[in-house]
Every structure is written in structure tokens, then in C-alpha cells.
Design a protein. Structure first.
Length: 309
């Protein structure tokens, strides 16, 4: 590992007593929904990759010598049907969400890009393609970062101000974001329930943690959800417990929920999303926030609770 990219691990974080955060409206909990729009940017021999992606409806990879029509159509469901089912739900409940957009995915479905332009939702860059960037060299990742920024500006009308990659960022990712400049935050971590700052290349970078637990990937990965009801119950239990902690003296919290159109856009699974939107909308002290708004709020107000316990 090059010395310039080595960062020490932090096992302490905020420690025993988290800061006394204050959210808009004095909420106990803010919930951010991230819709991962990846369809059309996954690994495929059609795009010159050395293997096909296996994260469709089955965790299975077809030999790269053979075109994988099965997984292709699972992804296509997300872009053809699933994203629109989720969009209708967000409109019905008037909920602002964050779109984690892979650049090439939006290039291949201009209508989705147009919907984003017309919507109140924000965009976080999710890579030029949905690749494992820890397997490419620094120069390739740098080039893909710049391609993604330019592409998302064209398709959505705005430059992405946040960033996160597919599951496993590289040891270069944060340094490249600082080098490029123009980002307010990064979400390539899952190590906390509140935003925090980390030092990279001599600069403080705001990290807004993502979650692989409150995430519909569990429809695919073990231990899986046996039904959409279990997905909703998992979200409800998390929300209720975090609110209970606040009621017992802990500072306000944040919860991220990750959704994917090819999974949660299925009619049965969308019922769990509907129930989540309804539950949060009716629960006192809890509200939805876009990821960009969380970042801006933290940057503007974190000094108010710095050092508070």
C-alpha cells in the first residue's frame, strides 16, 4: 500500500456519548432514502468486461463466454418498470429522496434523467459505471470520476456534490475526491449513525455513512428477507429503537435506507416501501431528508454541538 494512500482506522468514533445533534424542526430522527440507480452500468461482456454481473435476481454469474440474458433482463426490469413504481410512491407521499446515480445508467435511460431534473430529489454520484473500483488502478478511477461528473451534469443538469461507489471503494477514492474538488461529502463508509469529519490529504472531509443493514440487498444476500413484510419490520424496528434512545437521553440520530429499482420496484416488495413511507410520515419526531440537505445542515451547524455529550 502506497504511503500517500494509507489512512489509519478509527475504532473510537464519537465514543460512549454521541453529540447532541440538532436537526431541522428539532426532529429525533431524520431518514434518508437512497435509490441506487445502477441498471445498465453493471458488468457485462457486452460492454467489454471480462465477466457478467451476478447481482440481478440471483447471486449467480454466467460464464463470460456466454451472454447472460437472464441477469440482463433482471436489471432491465429496474429501469423499465421498477424505477417508475418507486417514483410514483415518492410522489404520492411527497417524499424527497436521494438518487445514487451511475452515470452510464442515466445515459442509457434519458427519461429517468428527465424525471430527476423535474423532481425535488438530489443526486449523489455512484460511479461512472457500477464497478468494483478497488480493482482498478488510480488513473482509471480518476478518469472515471471525471467522466461521471461530466456525464451527470449533462443528464441531470447539476454537478454531483456527494459520492459513493459500489460496496468496496478503493484506497484512492477519498484522495481523488479531494484532488478533484467540488464535493461536499462522501458516503463510502458504513461505520456510524451520524455524519463525521475525517482528514484526507490535509483537508477535513465530511462523511455521511451509508447502510448495508437497512437495505433491500437482503432480498438477494443471506440472511434474506422471507417477505417484504420482514423488510418493513426491519426498518420499523430500527426507527423505533433509535427514537427510543433519543427519548432516553441520547442525541438525535440519522438513518439511511438503501433501495434498488430491480428489487424494491417489484410490486410485492414495493408494498414494504409504501408502508415505510406511510409509517415515517405519520410518526412524530421523524422526517425524511435528502442527503444533500443533511450534508449542508451538518456543515452549517456542526459547530453548535461539537464537543457536546
Amino acid at each position: 500500500m502506497a504511503e500517500s494512500t494509507r489512512r489509519e482506522r478509527d475504532f473510537v468514533g464519537y465514543g460512549r456519548h454521541a453529540p447532541r445533534v440538532r436537526w431541522p424542526g428539532e426532529e429525533k430522527l431524520v431518514v434518508n432514502i437512497v435509490v441506487n440507480y445502477e441498471e445498465g452500468s453493471e458488468y457485462s461482456v457486452l460492454d467489454g468486461d471480462d465477466h457478467n454481473d451476478g447481482w440481478g435476481e440471483y447471486d449467480y454469474e454466467v460464464d463470460p463466454a456466454i451472454r447472460d440474458f437472464g441477469s440482463e433482463t433482471h436489471y432491465e426490469f429496474g429501469s423499465r418498470v421498477g424505477i417508475w413504481r418507486l417514483a410514483r410512491l415518492f410522489d404520492r407521499f411527497d417524499v424527497p429522496v436521494t438518487i445514487g446515480a451511475c452515470a452510464t445508467a442515466l445515459e442509457r435511460n434519458p427519461e429517468v434523467a428527465q424525471w430527476i431534473r423535474e423532481s425535488p430529489h438530489d443526486v449523489v454520484g455512484h460511479g461512472y459505471r457500477w464497478l468494483e473500483y478497488n480493482r482498478v488502478d488510480r488513473e482509471v478511477e480518476r478518469e472515471h470520476l471525471r467522466l461521471a461528473i461530466a456525464s451527470l451534469e449533462r443528464t441531470t443538469g447539476e454537478r454531483p456534490l456527494g459520492w459513493y461507489l459500489r460496496s468496496f471503494p478503493s484506497e484512492n477514492t477519498l484522495e481523488l475526491l479531494v484532488e478533484e474538488g467540488g464535493f461536499l461529502y462522501d458516503s463510502d463508509v458504513c461505520n456510524d449513525e451520524l455524519p463525521f469529519f475525517t482528514e484526507v490529504s490535509g483537508r477535513q472531509v465530511l462523511m455521511i455513512p451509508y447502510s448495508k443493514v437497512y437495505n433491500d440487498t437482503r432480498y438477494l444476500l443471506n440472511p434474506t428477507y422471507g417477505s417484504p413484510t420482514q423488510f418493513f419490520e426491519s426498518m420499523r424496528l430500527g426507527i423505533d429503537y433509535l427514537c427510543d434512545e433519543v427519548d432516553h437521553g441520547l442525541g438525535p440520530r440519522m438513518l439511511t435506507v438503501g433501495l434498488h429499482p430491480r428489487w424494491s420496484g417489484q410490486a410485492n416488495r414495493a408494498s414494504a416501501v409504501r408502508d415505510l413511507l406511510e409509517y415515517v410520515s405519520e410518526k412524530k419526531g421523524v422526517s425524511f431528508m435528502r442527503r444533500l440537505d443533511i450534508a449542508r445542515w451538518w456543515l452549517d451547524h456542526h459547530h453548535e454541538w461539537a464537543g457536546s455529550r
